[in-house]
Design a protein around this ligand. Structure first.
Ligand code: PGA
Length: 265
């Protein structure tokens, strides 16, 4: 299946897998061969967002793994907008660059829900990291209460407002080239086993793309990959990825085991 923006299969380990488990994951993954052989299918790329303490082990083990697994980009799950300073518990862009990281997850719903992340702080992280050369995967998505109240679109509009602010000459001018990815993850579907139906997901993606088109421009809309996340598994991945507006998957639970992770490809 050929996709205009390619297809990204991304894993989010959340607060799982320390150094030993990370090494064991790649050891087992290395023994698995894809039906497509030593490469991902044409247009497919992969990234894995690991805990910061497992980053070095993941990068080493990944580099030693056979193709295609050595092509996975290893990233982290959050980073601060400032380059250094008094921000206890945070990690900065320069530290990540030094560690060889190229991709960062930002604004995941668990960070919004449990750690006070707002659309504004997620935006500050996003713009700073893009300016420092990273790829950023920005997560958005409505809660169950918002969906039931018919507020899915207003929620997505609010979460993306700082990003689209200023349109084609806004703070993200020059970055609408595919280095910013958006992950649509309905909160009610995360870790619950409840997946958005392919058409529910496709509709939300189409809405986001229209928002980008109307507020930033056709180029931004055409180049920004929009991934779906929320209980994606080897069983439902193909049907979701077949949707025209879906450019990839961000996968939590099913990315933790080498078997299920490999079956996402
Ligand atoms: P899940 O998590 O696949 O376990 O639902 C997805 C995510 O939170 O990124």
């Amino acid at each position: 299946m050929s996709k205009p923006r390619g297809l990204r299969i991304a894993g989010n380990w959340k607060m799982n897998q320390g150094v030993a488990e990370t090494r064991a994951f790649f050891e087992s993954l290395s023994k698995i061969q894809l039906p497509s052989g030593k490469s991902f299918a044409p247009g497919v790329t992969s990234s894995l967002y690991v805990p910061a303490l497992s980053l070095s082990a993941a990068k080493d083990a990944c580099a030693k793994a056979p193709a295609p697994w050595n092509g996975i980009a290893i990233g982290v799950q959050n980073a601060h907008w400032e380059k250094s300073g008094a921000y206890t518990g945070e990690i900065s862009g320069p530290m990540l660059l030094e560690a060889g990281v190229k991709t960062v997850l930002i604004g995941h719903s668990e960070r919004r829900q449990f750690f006070g992340e707002t659309s504004e702080t997620a935006f500050k992280r996003t713009v700073s990291l893009l300016q420092q050369g990273f790829e950023v995967m920005l997560c958005v998505g409505e809660t169950r209460a918002q969906r039931e109240a018919g507020q899915t679109e207003s929620c997505l509009r609010e979460q993306l407002a700082p990003v689209t602010f200023g349109g084609s000459t806004g703070p993200l001018m020059g970055f609408w080239n595919g280095r910013l990815l958006i992950a649509y993850e309905p909160v009610w579907a995360i870790g619950t086993g409840l997946t958005a139906t392919p058409s529910q997901a496709n509709d939300a993606h189409a809405f986001i793309r229209k928002l980008l088109k109307d507020q930033v421009g056709p180029d931004a809309a055409a180049k920004t990959p929009i991934l779906y996340g929320g209980s994606v598994t080897p069983k439902n991945v193909a049907e979701l990825m077949a949707q025209p507006e879906i450019d990839g998957a961000l996968v939590g639970g099913a990315s933790l085991k080498p078997d299920s992770f490999s079956q996402l490809f």
